[in-house]
Design a protein around this ligand. Structure first.
Ligand SMILES: Nc1nc2c(ncn2[C@@H]2O[C@H](COP(=O)(O)OP(=O)(O)O)[C@@H](O)[C@H]2O)c(=O)[nH]1
Ligand SMILES: [Mg+2]
Ligand SMILES: [Zn+2]
Length: 338
């Protein structure tokens, strides 16, 4: 895995700033006003819905009863993505029109090489950083995902899937590498979609929240969704039927419901999510275990590299911070080029 030169479009997350929230709130207020004045719409027609898929010009919206509706949306609403909560109105031909977008808790965006970042999924509570014995564990990528989750202010959990493929020696090696993550507070799961082990434990952290799997191709993200969502195949069929498009549209994100409550989003666009550029200050904020030391550095703008009086580096030497994680931090600094 290249960690210094991203080979694919990087993906970043952002938590909406106060200013952005205000913009969204104002826009929503205007939309509501507009709706109330509009003679074409009576309040009785308006319904809440959740966007489960986005097909470019159309959205598949799920209503309160679980029905999937093919919806147009007004262009002035801006980009609407999987996971968004919306207000929509039924049309005579069994389609619908989305007329308002609810405020988002979080927004996952994917920066484009050219042009504005593209939103991919909204209202996510948790990143499930997925790895496996094969392809080999890439702790640098793992660290980048964890930084991203922290900057977005959402939770992260670590999954080592395909655990059935690891023999005793490999298990010991992986456990040794991952012990530090458990020590600093991340939940760690060993799963297998082949023998079902670890899935019950995983279900516990998925309950009543919206989660998204990220990680290298081939680690088993889609297999995990299949294992956790009993009607995943039916769901894919129903969404593509509602959109009146074939299943070929594999590039689109989809939202699934878990039987025990909670949602999973499968987004093909977030694989490279860890590869975006992170500034030094952001990187330091993203390493949770640096937190107690960062304030004690001699210089306020300490980058925790070669600065004298760096409390973070002292903590690494004294054993309070894992040297491997610190090296990973330095690598992110080097990649950021500052
Ligand atoms: N042995 C084993 N193979 C798995 C497991 N989970 C997935 N696989 C296999 O790994 C390959 C990649 O899985 P897939 O779900 O497509 O990975 P994705 O690219 O992350 O979505 C497929 O051949 C799966 O059958 C597991 O727990 N154990
Ligand atoms: Mg997949
Ligand atoms: Zn420092």
């Amino acid at each position: 895995m290249p960690s210094s030169t991203p080979t694919s479009p990087p993906v970043a997350t952002r938590k909406l700033s106060e200013r952005q929230r205000r913009v969204v709130r104002d826009r929503q207020a205007r939309q509501r006003e507009h709706l109330q004045q509009g003679s074409d719409t009576s309040d009785a027609d308006l319904r809440p819905g959740r966007v489960v898929s986005n097909y470019g010009k159309r959205l598949i919206v799920e209503d309160a009863d679980g029905r999937l509706v093919d919806c147009h949306f007004r262009q002035n609403l801006g980009a609407i993505v999987c996971g968004d909560r919306v207000v929509w109105r039924p049309e005579k031909d069994a389609t619908g029109t989305v007329v308002a977008l609810e405020e988002r808790r979080s927004l996952l965006v994917r920066p484009q090489r050219h042009g504005k970042p593209r939103p991919v999924a909204a209202n996510i509570d948790q990143l499930l950083v997925t790895s496996a014995p094969v392809p080999p564990l890439d702790t640098r990528l793992l660290d980048r995902y964890l930084v991203a989750a922290r900057l977005l202010d959402i939770d992260a959990a670590i999954i080592v899937n395909k655990w059935d493929l690891a023999d005793e020696a490999l298990r010991a090696e992986l456990d040794a590498k991952l012990a530090v993550y458990r020590d600093i507070g991340y939940a760690l799961f060993h799963t297998s979609t082949v023998d079902g082990s670890g899935l019950d434990e995983l279900r516990e952290v998925l309950r009543e929240r919206t989660s998204i799997f990220v990680g290298l191709s081939g680690v088993g993200k889609s297999s995990l969704i299949d294992a956790l969502v009993p009607d995943a195949e039916l769901r894919i069929g129903a969404i593509s039927a509602a959109s009146r498009q074939g299943r070929h549209t594999t590039t689109t994100a989809r939202l699934y419901h878990l039987p025990e409550g909670g949602d999973l989003i499968d987004s093909p666009g977030v694989r490279e999510f860890g590869l975006w550029e992170i500034s030094a200050a952001e990187a330091a904020r993203g390493f949770v275990e640096f937190h107690p030391y960062r304030e004690q550095c001699r210089f306020r703008d300490c980058r925790h590299h070669e600065e004298p009086g760096c409390a973070v580096r002292t903590a690494v030497e004294a054993g309070g911070i894992s040297p491997a994680r610190y090296q990973s931090y330095l690598q992110i600094l080097a990649d950021a080029g500052d």
